[in-house]
Design a protein. Sequence first.
Length: 74
Amino acid sequence: MRKTANVKELLDYANRQLARTDEHATYKFKAGIATMIETVLHNANQYNGYMHLGGHKLEDADYYARHYHMKKEK
């Protein structure tokens, strides 16, 4: 049996994780989440960019504080 994931549900989960500010939401944690959701969105041809929520310096943990967007359905 094959089971597929809902891209919108994964996107919502990823965006919640990337907006976290607790001590467990580290740079490495958020980098992994961002990599995962970008891959999912690109593979589904649904990538539509992201918006920074935090810092812009690569070494800053808030660099990966982002909100990703999906293409709108036609």
